[in-house]
Design a protein around this ligand. Structure first.
Ligand SMILES: [Zn+2]
Ligand SMILES: [Zn+2]
Length: 812
């Protein structure tokens, strides 16, 4: 047959149209096959898919197709993380209602998904802004309220005094309002809702043991740090004037004789009593200045409160300071500063001339001399100058001193976590309404379950001013109290959108259920997720919140699994010709443009080929051109050899060996390392061999070669694979064919490649039959021209031979 040119648009659009209404990718509800749930993180509907999305989806798509070919019942769904601030910003900027903007973007992005031919079961599509989805956010919230896992307390929000509005954290830039970059953001206290994630802190930490095998170590480390468990003690100092206790948390009670001051967080409740008006104003200014900054980045500042506290161990009086680096959310909001043995305390006390007193010496050294101390000694050692405790090792002193505090009623051993309860109230419009009602008589009343969902009103003016846009919608706000029937106000805050993404992957298993969030039996079948794929930037928030939700749902009795995700994969970023892509720079590579210019197959294959999936990929136009040419080579080879008379057959052995080696390599890779880049490279090598040996391939061998080539391409370039499949006169979708097997005998090399090293450096390769004796390998290595040149004038002192593999010559 004459060869055909590769016309990507003609091929891809043909199959796109034929596949449009076919349901190849439906997951089966009941199946005797083993199940495989593969999931990519759902996108925010910004309007366009870019090359970073394509990489994420191409990895998942290759895996889903491979698993189908291996006979699994595959669940591969997609949805939209559809609530969030950008829709509101668009509403202010362009006068488009957030819902309309969002739905329009979803439609556009879905079109691109389909153009790329990703293998999603669209019947299971979930969009988090739809009432049939978010009603279950509300239902979960009420369940948590019943169990004491949701509660209300006053907490600080960002407030712009120019906009008269609450700002989301993303709207605070370097401590200032995003619209007024000269206006520092203030912190205001509002009543807000929290989820008690800290109740699960221990479990979140302990269950990581189940994730060791399938999750990247980097993600687990980030989660461990975020949870931040520390063992220590809570100790009561006493106010010198009133005897009132001030509880401090410390991980190093063994250093308490070195505590030279007590430091309170600027928002510590005791400040109201201790500070005069000027002090209170200074404390408030500290809280404001800290808005959304990493406490580690802030210059440490503090001031003396004018009061003293008594150390319960030494009986000594220590001054009480207020400082910006002490946080209310960690421990008790009060610390004892031990400058000699803590770097941060050292820096602070030196700055303000507070005494430094060493009380721990290194096990094999001397106690530091105070005036000469250049830095804190923060390790464990031997306790000194500490009354009856002197001479103990730090570890033992920690244990015994905490027990002593407990016995005498001025403290106890304690564990503290860095993780804080999850504040979910947002003073925003485009989110899930929090289902509670405030009644002047009954207080906070949950919306009765049969009144769910609380629907987000649609016609609404968004001005970017005031506390929450919903406050200006009387028909939403004014309600009857479900308990007493009197006039009451509906809660106008909405939920953090991270709630939406905390359980969406459960909904995919039963997306149309109107009676429950999902049928537990379906979860029991599909969960855990076998492979989750997404960016490492979600390592702490999304991937911790969804683990928390799983544990909560298990305790509610809906599911049995402790963890949602068995294996997690974090793919690397895509950059453009060496530079980071960003909307601001205007260098984001849009997926639609790529499909038009190169076709979906080339774009997918490039992002899989250019780097291992966990590493950064640099999008290079000439690299994409190279993939395009390669696919053209494949197609021309296939079409001109279809039904051809065939060649001599003398290359059959060689070509079949290469073919079976390629199948073996790709199969092993899918099962283990996912180095799709080397998989694609091995297909390229195979195609090079096919071109080189084309005249020697017999008509008998050619059909197997073309067929397996199409099957190997199916996970990476499904359109072209399908086209070749059709040219082979084969029926049905290629990605529903069984994955090709390989014959280990056929794949075996006749000869081994022996590496020859001189002083450990690779200098030559020689070929020898398997099992060639050591002496012969040595002789052949010494006879090699390149090696001879290296040995010129030198003496071989030692020869190491590993049969079938290597000869190393040690020379002087
Ligand atoms: Zn502002
Ligand atoms: Zn009431």
């Amino acid at each position: 047959m004459p060869e055909k040119p590769y016309d990507h648009n003609q091929i891809e659009l043909k199959w796109h149209d034929r596949w449009e209404n076919a349901d190849f990718y439906k997951a089966e509800e009941h199946s005797s096959k083993p199940k495989f749930y593969v999931l990519e993180m759902l996108p925010y509907p910004s309007g366009t898919l870019h090359i970073g999305h394509i990489r994420n989806y191409s990895i998942g798509d290759a895996l889903a197709r491979y698993k189908w070919m291996r006979g699994f019942n595959v669940l591969h769904p997609m949805g939209w993380d559809a609530f969030g601030l950008p829709a509101e910003n668009a509403a202010i900027a362009n006068q488009v209602p957030p819902r309309e903007w969002t739905l329009r973007n979803i439609a556009a992005m879905k079109k691109t998904h389909r153009r790329f031919g990703f293998s999603y079961d669209w019947d299971r599509e979930v969009s988090t802004c739809e009432p049939e989805y978010y009603r279950w956010n509300q239902w979960f919230f009420l369940e948590m309220l019943k169990r004491g896992l949701a509660y209300r307390k006053r907490a600080l929000v960002n407030w712009c005094p120019q906009c008269f509005t609450v700002l989301a954290n993303e709207q605070v830039v370097d401590g200032c309002c995003w619209r007024h970059d000269d206006t520092p953001v203030e912190q205001r206290a509002l009543e807000q809702w929290f989820l008690r994630i800290t109740a699960y802190a221990d479990q979140l930490l302990a269950d990581m043991a189940q994730l060791e095998e399938g999750w990247p170590e980097r993600v687990l480390t980030m989660q461990r740090n975020w949870i931040g468990r520390s063992e220590g003690a809570e100790i009561d100092f006493r106010l010198a004037d009133t005897d009132q206790p001030i509880r401090v948390f410390t991980t190093r009670v063994d250093t308490i004789y070195g505590a030279t001051c007590i430091i309170l967080a600027p928002e510590h409740p005791l400040n109201q009593q201790l500070l005069n008006a000027e002090g209170k104003a200074r404390a408030k200014a500290m809280v404001d200045a800290r808005a959304n900054r990493d406490p580690g980045d802030i210059e440490k500042e503090g001031f003396f409160s004018g009061h003293y506290a008594v150390n319960p161990f030494s009986g000594e009086k220590a001054p009480i300071w207020i400082a910006n680096f002490v946080l209310m959310g960690y421990g008790t909001g009060a610390i004892m500063a031990v400058p000699a043995h803590d770097e941060r305390d050292f820096e602070f006390c030196r700055k303000y001339g507070i005494a430094v007193r060493p009380v721990i010496r290194p096990v094999d050294g001397k106690l530091a001399a105070e005036p000469g101390m250049q830095e804190a000694f923060s390790e464990y050692g031997i306790v000194e100058n500490s009354g009856q405790w002197s001479g103990l090792l730090s570890e033992e002193a920690r244990r015994r001193m905490a027990a002593c505090a407990k016995e005498h009623g001025f403290g106890e051993p304690a564990i503290t976590f860095r993780i804080k309860d999850w504040g979910i109230s947002r003073q925003r419009y485009w989110g899930t309404p929090i289902p509670v009602i405030h009644c002047p008589k009954c207080g906070v009343v949950p919306v009765p379950e049969d009144q769910l969902p609380v629907i987000l009103p649609e016609r609404i003016e968004i001005t970017g001013e005031g506390r929450s846009p919903l406050e200006n919608v009387p028909e939403f706000v004014n309600v009857k109290c479900p308990q007493c029937g009197g006039p009451a106000r509906r809660e106008t805050d909405t939920m953090d959108t991270f709630i939406d993404s905390s359980w969406y992957f459960y909904r995919y298993c039963d997306p149309h259920n109107s009676r429950m969030p999902f049928d537990p039996a379906k979860i029991a079948y599909w969960f855990e997720i076998d492979q989750y794929i997404g960016g490492v930037e979600h390592a702490i928030l999304h991937l911790i919140y969804s683990r928390f939700f799983t544990k909560m749902m298990r305790d509610v009795g809906l599911i049995r699994n402790d963890e949602p995700v068995r294996r997690m994969f974090t793919q690397g970023m895509v950059i453009l010709e060496g530079a980071k892509m960003s909307k601001n720079k205007g260098n984001v590579v849009a997926a639609d443009m790529l499909a038009e210019r190169y076709g979906a197959d080339t774009a997918r294959m490039f992002v899989l080929f250019a780097a291992p999936p966990e590493k950064e990929v640099d999008w290079r136009w000439e690299g994409a051109d190279g993939i395009y040419r390669f696919l053209g080579r494949v197609y021309r080879f296939a079409t001109r050899n279809l039904g051809s008379a065939g060649g001599s057959g003398e290359s059959d052995r060689n070509v079949l060996r290469k073919l079976h080696q390629t199948v073996r390599k790709i199969t092993e890779d899918f099962e283990t390392r996912w180095h799709f880049n080397t998989c694609i490279a091995s297909i390229m090598e195979l195609v090079n061999v096919l071109y080189a040996e084309e005249a020697g391939i017999s008509a008998a061998a050619m059909p197997e070669i073309l067929e397996k080539l199409a099957l190997l391409l199916a996970p990476f370039a499904p359109y072209l694979a399908q086209q070749i499949w059709e040219e082979l006169r084969r029926e049905g979708p290629v990605f529903r064919e069984p994955w090709p097997g390989f014959d280990s005998e056929l794949a075996k090399e006749d000869e081994a490649e022996i590496v020859v090293q001189v002083n450990g450096k690779l200098r030559a390769r020689i070929c020898a039959a398997f099992g060639t004796p050591k002496e012969e390998l040595e002789a052949r290595a010494l006879a090699d021209e390149k090696v001879k040149a290296m040995l010129d004038g030198k003496q071989v002192v030692k020869v190491i031979v590993v049969p079938d593999k290597l000869v190393n010559l040690v020379v002087k």
